[in-house]
Design a protein around this ligand. Structure first.
Ligand SMILES: [Zn+2]
Length: 227
């Protein structure tokens, strides 16, 4: 039931977003959709005519874009009927809330990095760390959001991505249909080369990987793709 409903939600979201030209600026998208945006105590969606999104003052930059898109996703979850289905399925708001929040986080990534943006980045960089970096910089989203957007883009793919620290510790990881020999907070395997300004390639098990240093940050980005 979950997977079907999730697909219903993301299909609705994609259709609405396409109708608004895949706008990735949240203020323009909200304005196009007839949603008011106002500064508030915290991030919230106020259901009304017109709907109102309030944004807390503590978020800024990439975090603010993400929070705003997350609230637009809440509205779309409601209007396509999926929120009511989730509440019905889980029986209470408390039990449904973690799922609702996770779905809206995923949807925020779709709104910030819609399919045409993803396709263009993949065409330029292939399935690589450089592609994740292009999404991070071009989409003004966090590394984690860019990583997740690429890793979860195609349900059939076997791919994993990670963020590494200067001391070769894994600080973030996302994977799809692929088993990898490390997880968050682990040390990076010795077979993965140091992240450089130019991405370096390597092999881990049945996967081919790329590792790249993020300009201006003491972290590296890696992507593994199964053969
Ligand atoms: Zn939320």
């Amino acid at each position: 039931m979950d997977e079907y409903l999730f697909q219903h939600f993301t299909t609705h979201l994609e259709a609405v977003h396409a109708a608004h030209g895949h706008q990735t600026d949240f203020r323009r998208l909200a304005s196009d959709m007839g949603i008011r945006v106002r500064q508030g105590e915290h991030n919230s969606l106020v259901w009304g005519d017109p709907p109102l999104i309030t944004l807390g003052a503590s978020d800024y930059g990439a975090r603010r874009n993400f929070s705003a898109m997350h609230e637009i996703a809440h509205l779309l979850l409601k209007t396509c009927g999926a929120e009511a289905e989730l509440l019905h399925h889980f029986g209470s708001f408390e039990d449904a809330a973690p799922h609702i929040e996770a779905w809206c986080n995923h949807a925020a990534g779709l709104l910030l990095l819609p399919a045409p943006v993803l396709d263009a980045a993949e065409q330029s960089h292939g399935l690589s760390a450089a592609c994740v970096l292009a999404l991070h910089l071009g989409g003004r989203v966090s590394l984690g959001a860019a990583l997740r957007r690429l890793v979860y883009a195609e349900p059939e793919r076997r791919v994993a991505g990670f963020v590494s620290t200067a001391s070769r510790c894994v600080s973030d990881v996302a994977k799809l249909n692929l088993s990898i020999p490390f997880w968050r907070y682990d040390a990076l395997p010795a077979s993965i080369p140091k992240a450089g300004v130019r991405q370096r390639t390597f092999r881990v098990g049945q996967s081919e990987g790329t590792h790249l240093r993020v300009p201006g940050a003491a972290v590296g980005l890696g992507l593994l793709v199964a053969d």
